[in-house]
Write a protein of this length. Structure first.
Length: 178
């Protein structure tokens, strides 16, 4: 008997790009709308979650998308970047890193274990691609996400700016060795 949950690598098609644009907008709004200005949210969503922008990201050879479907319905996704330089120290030899640029599940699926299942799959992608570490950026005010990443052993190694519309925010850079 097969599980109703599947997590697969996304195909690089316009149809998938449209699905990513839709779920990307929805999950970003669900996660951040209450803590940000509507105009900043609208500007960010228009710049980053159009079908055209998602198709461009899908076609990048260093980008992988994981799609989580429950009974064929898209309920979460992760955007992974191979060869990331996020958090690399300029005076040291860069290590091969996988960056988790996005990992989101629909609000109704938070707390079900889906995010953890997707994280395990993302870490496995890192191992399969011979990465030595996984890095990510997370808004310093996103307490729920920070706790989630700490449970997986991620540690803060730095910070960088994240621009949401006209609002310059601070993201923490987290790293976990593989």
């Amino acid at each position: 008997m097969s599980s109703p949950l599947t997590i697969t690598l996304a195909k690089r098609t316009a149809d998938v790009a449209a699905q990513l644009a839709s779920i990307g907008r929805q999950t970003f709004l669900e996660t951040f709308a209450a803590d940000n200005q509507p105009a900043d949210m609208a500007e960010y969503l228009e710049e980053n979650f159009t079908p055209e922008k998602q198709l461009e990201e899908l076609q990048d050879a260093n980008t992988l998308f994981l799609l989580a479907r429950m009974n064929q319905q898209l309920v979460g996704y992760a955007k992974l970047r191979l060869h990331s330089q996020l958090g690399n120290h300029p005076d040291r030899t860069p290590e091969e890193r996988l960056e988790i640029e996005r990992l989101y599940v629909l609000e109704d699926w938070i707390g079900t274990g889906l995010g953890a299942t997707m994280m395990c799959r993302a870490l496995e992608e890192g191992r399969q691609n011979r990465c030595r570490a996984v890095v990510l950026g997370v808004w310093e005010k996103n307490v729920r996400a920070l706790e989630f990443y700490r449970r997986f052993g991620f540690k803060v190694i730095g910070e960088h700016e994240f621009v949401l519309g006209t609002d310059v925010q601070n993201d923490l850079i987290l790293r976990k060795g593989l």
